[in-house]
Design a binder for this molecule. Structure first.
Ligand code: HEC
Ligand code: HEC
Ligand code: HEC
Ligand code: HEC
Ligand code: HEC
Length: 240
């Protein structure tokens, strides 16, 4: 009797363990507010030592200015006032993702923000995304450190380790942020990802990167180049 109870109990535990593992595989847990610190991320100027072309392209883009952008600042402060601060972390998660995962914002005047968090959607933020829990409202998982994730499966660098992650080559990567869903009523506010998903391009397998990270935007031109100084020539992606 005792033995069979025990067996039942351990089977039960085993099932729970299996279930938890399955859940972890299916749904990655997005990195939470204040879980990390901003000094775990590396400044883009360090990347520029070898990725000078990409750094030049990125500097001055809306990703670079996602936080400092005056239009954003104006709307952000107004939205924060209107909601008594309810939206502070919500808006910041896409516009200064490092500021959110390091818990440096709020205060909304940015007085606690590090320089790296002010650089909006930054190199070493984008390339330490190690997973995502779907699209919309920035459900990214970030693992800052020595590994840089990206589109190549044969990449070798002296400064960092490289790892291939399919997410980088898919629209779901961009769809983490380019789909804004109202946190309370569930309405889609920015539907860029949704429009793509329901359109012909998704059906034909043409992803965001095919247009936005290649020259001539709709031409799908290959862009042979070197991803880093000294690297072999292969396909390279625009960061403009
Ligand atoms: C918005 C997120 C984002 C930002 C910001 C960003 N990258 Fe990327 N990067 C990507 C994605 C996505 C790809 C893969 C594109 C593909 O495979 O279609 C990529 C590709 C790369 C590659 C692979 C080689 C190549 O030429 O495509 C390197 C190297 C790279 N990025 C370095 C950088 C550096 C350095 C910075 C900052 C100066 C940077 N990235 C900023 C998302 C980003
Ligand atoms: C899930 C990610 C995400 C969240 C959350 C988010 N945004 Fe944005 N925001 C974006 C993206 C992506 C764009 C660029 C949209 C485009 O051009 O299609 C953008 C653009 C903007 C712009 C336009 C900037 C310009 O110069 O044209 C403003 C203003 C803005 N957001 C304010 C806010 C405010 C205020 C909040 C909070 C209430 C917020 N955003 C929440 C992702 C987000
Ligand atoms: C000392 C030079 C050097 C520095 C500094 C450097 N990289 Fe690289 N990186 C390389 C080389 C070389 C490659 C390989 C390029 C190739 O495979 O064609 C590479 C590849 C990459 C890749 C592609 C990985 C993949 O598997 O797809 C990414 C992403 C990347 N670097 C991001 C960064 C970021 C972000 C920084 C700054 C935090 C940085 N790198 C700093 C030299 C460097
Ligand atoms: C971490 C969140 C994040 C990710 C991931 C991201 N973006 Fe963005 N993106 C933004 C934000 C925020 C803005 C708007 C900044 C602003 O205007 O204040 C933006 C702006 C842009 C703009 C300029 C919009 C304009 O109105 O000029 C383009 C184009 C763009 N993103 C394309 C992409 C593509 C393609 C990808 C995937 C390879 C991607 N983004 C991934 C957050 C993100
Ligand atoms: C077939 C090519 C194509 C695909 C696929 C595509 N786009 Fe675009 N996208 C464009 C063109 C062309 C524009 C108009 C931009 C311009 O005139 O500079 C645009 C505009 C935008 C803008 C507004 C930028 C602006 O200048 O107003 C954003 C943000 C954007 N796309 C993000 C995305 C994201 C995210 C995806 C994937 C979910 C995506 N796009 C898929 C071609 C494409």
């Amino acid at each position: 009797m005792i033995r069979s109870l025990r067996t039942t109990y351990s089977t039960f535990l085993l099932l729970i363990a299996l279930f938890t593992t399955m859940c972890n595989v299916l749904a990655a847990t997005p990195t939470a507010y204040g879980e990390l610190s901003s000094d775990m991320f590396t400044d883009g100027t360090k990347c520029a030592q070898c990725h000078a072309i990409i750094h030049n392209e990125w500097k001055g883009t809306m990703h670079y200015y996602a936080y400092e952008d005056p239009f954003y600042q104006k709307e952000f402060l107004a939205a924060s006032n209107d909601t008594e601060g309810i939206v502070d972390i919500f808006c910041s998660r896409c516009h200064t993702p490092i500021g959110v995962v390091s818990g440096e914002i709020p205060p909304i005047d940015g007085s606690n923000l590090s320089d790296i968090a002010r650089q909006g959607v930054q190199c070493d933020f984008c390339h330490v995304v190690s997973g995502s829990n779907g699209t919309g409202n920035a459900p990214f998982v970030v693992s800052p450190g020595n590994i840089k994730w990206g589109p190549f499966n044969d990449s070798k660098a002296a400064y960092h380790e490289s790892e291939y992650l399919e997410l980088y080559t898919s629209s779901e990567y961009c769809g983490m942020c380019h789909e804004v869903i109202h946190p309370i009523n569930g309405l889609v506010i920015d539907d860029t990802y949704k429009v793509w998903k329901e359109g012909v391009y998704a059906e034909e397998g043409v992803v965001c990167q095919d247009c936005h990270m290649t020259p001539g935007i709709t031409q799908f031109e290959a862009n042979p180049g070197r991803a880093a100084s000294g690297a072999k020539k292969k396909r390279s992606y625009l960061h403009a």
